[in-house]
Design a protein around this ligand. Structure first.
Ligand code: APR
Length: 230
């Protein structure tokens, strides 16, 4: 039976792939107001503007590639039962080769019915426009969890954290809940690691690699593999 690893990732792991983070100096929330493009109210106010915001982000995603940070996490799968719990809406973990990826905040390559949040359809790199319909005839919208909306996968993620033998955090400022609260479900006996070029306040013992994901994730993977081979 393989030991279990849960990896919580945020925008920082995709930064070196050319996808901007949210709260760094050049972050998305420096260019756009959250309330305009990441809330149900903003979408109701101006659906076409919000749909185009995600259309542009979706098109841009298909010009990006996974980076060494994503790829190093795949290395762990040979020896461990690995689940990536990501706050990211990009598909770079999947394209790097990770097999178990749980998206907490939705996925750019999927759309869903405005009427039924469980009616989710794969849209790939296609745009969504006002008038596009989901299979139930309701307006199609991005399958993105906006602020104030339910985070459907949080229960699964918390249950996985409770079973984790190792916990790794990469590229998240741990500002947004409930994602940031997942670390509290991890058993105290499980070694924790964090990769981030900035200092991120964490309220439990954790091994910090204060580097970018492109180099830092390999260091954590090497540490965990050495620990396993002991
Ligand atoms: N490698 C690793 N970490 C990095 C890198 C890098 N190259 N560049 C930046 N970081 C770190 C930053 O230091 C910061 O701690 O990534 C983190 C990014 O934090 P945020 O921009 O807040 O992104 P994130 O934590 O993913 O935001 C969580 O907020 O707006 C919502 O839904 C959105 O999922 C997002 C959530």
């Amino acid at each position: 039976m393989k030991k279990k690893i849960v990896v919580l990732t945020g925008a920082g792991i995709s930064a070196e792939s050319g996808i901007s983070t949210f709260r760094d100096s050049d972050g998305l929330w420096e260019q756009y107001r959250v309330e305009d493009v990441a809330t149900p109210e903003g979408y109701q106010r101006d659906p076409e503007m919000v749909l185009n915001f995600y259309n542009n982000m979706r098109r841009s995603l298909f010009t990006k590639e996974p980076n060494e940070g994503h790829r190093q996490l795949v290395r762990l799968e040979e020896y461990f039962d690995v689940t990536i719990v990501t706050q990211n809406i990009d598909n770079l973990h999947e394209r790097a080769g990770s097999h178990k990826v749980i998206h907490l905040h939705g996925e750019l390559t999927k759309g869903r019915s405005e009427r039924n949040p469980d009616l989710i359809v794969e849209i790939g790199d296609a745009d969504i426009h006002v008038g596009d319909k989901a299979p139930d005839g309701a307006q199609l919208r991005p399958h993105i969890v906006w602020f104030g909306e339910a985070v459907p996968n949080i229960e699964i993620a918390a249950a996985l954290c409770e079973q984790a033998d190792y916990f790794v955090v990469v590229g998240t400022s741990m500002n947004v809940y409930p994602a940031a609260g997942l670390i509290h479900y991890v058993p105290r006996t499980a070694p924790c690691y964090l990769v981030d070029p900035k200092a991120v306040p964490i309220s439990r013992p954790i091994t910090i690699v204060q580097e970018k994901a492109g180099t830092g994730v390999k260091k954590v993977v090497d540490m965990i593999l050495r620990d396993l081979m002991k």
